[in-house]
Design a protein around this ligand. Sequence first.
Ligand code: TXA
Ligand code: MG
Length: 328
Amino acid sequence: MNAGEIEKAVAVLRRGGLVAFPTETVYGLGADAGNPAAVNKLYATKGRPADHPVIVHLADIAQLKRWTRDITPIARKLAERFWPGPLTMILRRAPGVSDAITGGQDTVGIRIPSHPLAHTLLDKFGGGIAAPSANRFGRVSATLAEHVRREFGDAVDFVFNDGACEVGIESTIVDATGSALVLLRPGHVTALDIENATGIAIVAPTVHSPRASGTLAAHYAPATPLLVMEGDLLLELAATLTRQGQRVAVLARSALQPLHHGLTWLAAPLEAHAYAHDLYANLRVLDAAGCGALLVEQLPQTPAWAAVNDRLGRAAAGSRPPSTPPLC
Ligand code: TXA
Ligand code: MG
């Protein structure tokens, strides 16, 4: 890690600019969380609607009191067990935390990341950094610095390059404002991890739970229409579409690519963590292949795959199936 780069990035943040930095989950697009003008610039650059709150990243637990109030004993337990790390907690916001951060809600999302570079940046900056994932709104998150640069170009003042993010998908989000813990977004830290750590069963969101924009039905989407389907059906559809002269991209855990002309086949890792690590980079590669459809092989419906299945489900939600005119 380069001390000069950290200093430069801190200066950018202090003057209200935008800094993209790696975390253990995905790259974040950061702005000074205490500067509403900087946060507005962040929203504008990302193309994010103003009522979608952003996560405030902190260096350590000592900074919580500037941003939150009424932290419950369970929330404290979660903080001790999972921070620093890939968990975001929704907590009551302290007076003075701007609506620009919270989307006008009475809560604030907080995360203390474990990535060494993110930690050093936060520590030297000394305040909260508001950082959504470094992608345009609704699109696939960035897990490499080059994804950020390609997506934003000069609109971001400073981009750190520290290679691929370890986890590869966004943090687990838990609403910890009440006596029950509510899972708003699954991630690397699983519901079972949380239950084991707290002894409290984690519950699904209700209509009264805080809104989380990343939980919109359609999100994390490539531009190419994406379909998740079981292996045999996928092979059949790929054969039909390529026979019709369409180009098709496939993400499957099998390396055995059938020999159809017009097929771009990417073999994904077999294991869930490795699959998540590569997921967004793989979707970006296939999205750039210029195909009419992106077919993803369905994954096991087990807790180990819950977070990846969640992201793929949302990536597919905005897509319409590719047109398959009847064969004469
Ligand atoms: O892993 C991550 O969480 C990454 C890295 C950069 O930390 N960040 C990230 O941010 O995924 P973003 O903005 O793409 O997703 C944050 C999610 C959104 O769905 C947002 O609605 C939700 O967190 N969120 C933030 N504050 C909230 C609040 N006060 N109440 C409910 N949801 C909140
Ligand atoms: Mg995001």
